[in-house]
Each structure stands twice: as structure tokens, then as C-alpha cells.
Write a protein that binds this ligand. Structure first.
Ligand SMILES: *Cc1c(COP(=O)(O)O)cnc(C)c1O
Length: 407
């Protein structure tokens, strides 16, 4: 059976995927079957540099050997207990994560969206129990252009028409303000505001970097008005921007941090909410949970993924190589490019309206051996694994240059 599958061409595999699968994605037409570090191979054996890293879930590089070993070892011992029983990996995972981040408490989930939902629930309960907001009146402020996942409550505060269309009725209790505008936050806060949920750099929104000082002003406002500052660092966190968290660039410590994606190095869905005791401490047994959240396999994988990130100095590498990559991209004198921006290895190249959209550039890059994905029609995102070297970036630039300079 395996032989038969392996002999199928990319075209055949794409055809069966289209035939049987729901069409909720429009992937590049490349069918991958193997990965190592920054490289992936398609079923015909063509090699590509991965400049998306599964939306930053593969910060540690594909098939990182140390994480793989942890996965295999734990899978052989004990994959799942449920939280009805304890397991010998969960406490160790908590301790490592708290030691690394300085937070007091962890609540583990699986996907990013689940962790966001968890943070929203924690913020509401904190609001009623600790802040004294009247029952049912809690308000949560979020930003236009945000991306926080695809559940009904999360799309209820999306400003993206397509994410919402056809999926109402929506969850109430959210208010939207422009991103990067601290004055708008101050104006939107009421006595019933429990949280401000934001991405320090908007990822899916198009690699939008807020003005310098924004995070500090948000911190001050949240403190002054007793509103929880909730950073969604699912994409920006764990080294992507050249710091452990993107909020670290402004030395700002949110009350709640949400992480996911690279928390497992791409092997397995692991997400978590981090906070002080005053927030996650509101949960009592039975308030919230997940069958797979905190399972020993995920906990073992996450420990190895965090160790790899720190021990192999990937965060420092992201800062140094990211700056080089961004500078070199900015030097390409392309008539199509409006702006190159980002932090660390989270880089967006925004194209002019006259460029005809980012998709054709991503397809041209694919033919040269680079996989990047457009976001918001006119932005090409470059977010390779954090293990990328100078030489790898030079290899990529040799191929990116002619593509950005094409007609
Ligand atoms: C990817 C992402 C999520 C959702 O994570 P899933 O694992 O896809 O549910 C939430 N917030 C941000 C900022 C993300 O980039």
C-alpha cells in the first residue's frame, strides 16, 4: 500500500485531495513528502526552501532530531492519559515553560484557537470575580485586522468579511479598534472592559508592525484601567521576531500570553496560556478542559522544542539573520515593492497595487525553489525556520531578486 501511494505523482495526489477534501484552502500546487531543517522535498524529489515554516509552527526547522527523539520515546511509553489522571511529563513541561518565561501558571491546550478561547474565558471570569464587572457585561477589546483563529467566538471579533460571512450569529461582548492606536484603546475602555487582546505584530493581517512605543502605552493603559493585557504571541512568540516574545522588544510584560505553533516545533499541536496566579487562578476543576490538552506526548514534545530553541540559540539567530535578510530584501530595487518590513525572521514584502497581486510572485518563487505564501493579496511573507544560515539567505536572495524584478 505504501509503495502504491509513493508512486503517485503530485498531480494525482492533488486530484484526490480536491475530489475528497473540503475546499477551505487554496494551497500552492506543491505536494511535499519530506523535510529537514529549512528544506522540504516534493514527491518528485524537487527541493525547496521553506519560507513559511507552517505559519511559524516549524521555527526549529523541519524534523528537528531532538524533538523527533522526544516524540518517539514518549509515543512508545505513553501518548495519552487525559487529565482525569496525572502524567509524568506535564509538571516538567509547566516548570520549564514558567522558568523560561517568568510566568506563574500555565493552561495547556492543543491548537492556537483553543488557547485564545481559553484566554477569553479566563479574562471574562477574572473580570466577574476579581474586577467586579456585573454578570454578563464583560467587554473585550480587539484590533481591526487581527487574526486569532477560526472558531465562532474568535471570528465574532474579526474584521475580515470572509472569515465571518455565513457563520453568524456571532458571540457578543467584543469591540474593535484600529491596531497601533493607543488613543483608540483609551477611548474604548469602559468600566466593564476586562481585556485587550492583540498581536504584537499582526501576522495574517499582513506583517503589520505597530509604531514604536505602542506596546508600552498599551501596558500603561491596561494597568491604569485594570484591564488585562492579553498578547496573542502564537505566531510572533518563541523566537520568531528575534526575542522570546515580540513584546520583549519594548520590555513589556503582558498579563496573559498565548502561545502555540512553535511550542511543539511542528510535530504535534500544543498551545498554552501563560499568566500570573490572579488570572489562571480563577479556574476551578470542571470550569474548562480538553481531552488532549496537557497530554504526555505533547508535553514531552514541547519540552524538547523549547530546549532546542534555547540551547541552539535560535532566537539570537533569528535576530541577526533576520536583520540581514530584511536589509538585503530592502536593497532590491524592485518597481513592484512598496515596503519591506518586519522584525527578526517575520518579514513582509508589501507590493504596490500595480504589481498584480502577490500570488504570481509566490508561484514564480516556487518554480525557483522557494516556498512563500501571500497574505492579504499583496504581501509576500518570508518567515523561514529560525535555523536558517547566512549562506541559506544568500541562496534565497539570488532567487528572490529576479522574481521581484520580473515584469
Ligand atoms: C495561527 C494563529 C492562531 C490560531 O492558531 P491555530 O493553531 O491555527 O488554531 C491564533 N493567533 C495567531 C496570531 C495566529 O497566527
Amino acid at each position: 500500500m505504501e509503495k502504491i501511494l509513493q508512486s503517485q505523482s503530485s498531480q494525482e495526489l492533488m486530484d484526490i485531495e480536491e475530489q475528497y477534501g473540503a475546499h477551505n484552502y487554496q494551497p500552492l500546487d506543491v505536494v511535499l513528502s519530506r523535510g529537514e531543517g529549512v528544506w522540504v522535498w516534493d514527491v518528485e524529489g524537487n527541493r525547496y526552501m521553506d519560507c513559511l515554516s507552517a505559519y511559524s509552527a516549524v521555527n526549529q526547522g523541519h524534523a528537528h532530531p531532538r524533538i523527533l527523539e522526544a516524540l518517539i520515546q514518549q509515543a512508545q511509553r505513553l501518548p495519552l492519559t487525559s487529565r482525569a489522571f496525572r502524567n509524568d511529563q506535564l509538571g516538567r513541561f509547566y516548570q520549564q515553560l514558567c522558568d523560561l518565561t517568568g510566568y506563574d501558571m500555565v493552561l495547556p491546550m492543543n491548537t492556537g484557537a483553543e488557547a485564545v478561547e481559553t484566554a477569553l474565558k479566563a479574562a471574562r471570569k477574572w473580570g466577574y470575580q476579581e474586577k467586579g464587572v456585573p454578570d454578563g457585561q464583560a467587554e473585550i477589546i480587539a484590533c481591526e485586522g487581527n487574526f486569532a483563529g477560526r472558531t465562532i467566538s474568535i471570528i465574532s471579533f474579526s474584521s475580515e468579511a470572509q472569515y465571518r460571512a455565513g457563520f453568524g450569529p456571532y458571540t457578543p461582548g467584543f469591540k474593535l479598534i484600529p491596531f497601533g492606536d493607543a488613543g483608540a484603546l483609551e477611548a474604548a475602555i469602559t468600566p466593564n472592559t476586562v481585556a485587550f487582546v492583540f498581536e504584537p505584530i499582526q501576522g495574517e493581517g499582513g506583517v503589520i508592525v505597530p509604531p514604536d512605543g505602542y506596546l508600552r502605552r498599551v501596558r500603561d493603559l491596561c494597568t491604569r484601567h485594570n484591564v488585562l493585557m492579553v498578547a496573542d504571541e502564537i505566531q510572533t512568540g518563541l523566537g520568531r521576531t528575534g526575542e522570546l516574545f515580540a513584546c520583549d522588544h519594548e520590555h513589556v510584560r503582558p498579563d496573559v500570553v498565548i502561545i502555540g505553533k512553535a511550542l511543539s516545533g511542528g510535530f504535534y499541536p500544543v498551545s498554552a496560556v501563560l499568566s500570573g496566579r490572579e488570572v489562571l487562578g480563577v479556574f476551578r476543576p470542571g470550569d474548562h478542559g480538553s481531552t488532549f490538552g496537557g497530554n504526555p506526548l505533547g508535553a514531552a514534545v514541547a519540552q524538547a522544542a523549547l530546549s532546542a530553541l534555547v540551547d541552539e540559540r535560535m532566537i539570537e539567530n533569528a535576530a541577526v539573520i533576520g536583520e540581514y535578510f530584511q536589509d538585503q530584501l530592502a536593497e532590491i530595487n524592485s518597481p513592484h515593492v512598496k515596503e519591506v518590513r518586519g522584525k527578526g525572521l517575520m518579514i513582509g514584502v508589501e507590493l504596490k497595487d500595480s504589481a498584480g497581486g502577490a500570488r504570481r510572485f509566490c508561484e514564480a518563487l516556487q518554480h525557483k525553489g522557494i516556498l512563500a505564501k501571500e497574505t492579504h493579496h499583496n504581501i509576500i511573507r518570508f518567515a523561514p525556520p529560525l535555523v536558517i544560515t547566512h549562506a541559506d539567505v544568500d541562496w534565497a536572495l539570488e532567487r528572490i531578486r529576479p522574481v521581484l524584478l520580473m515584469d
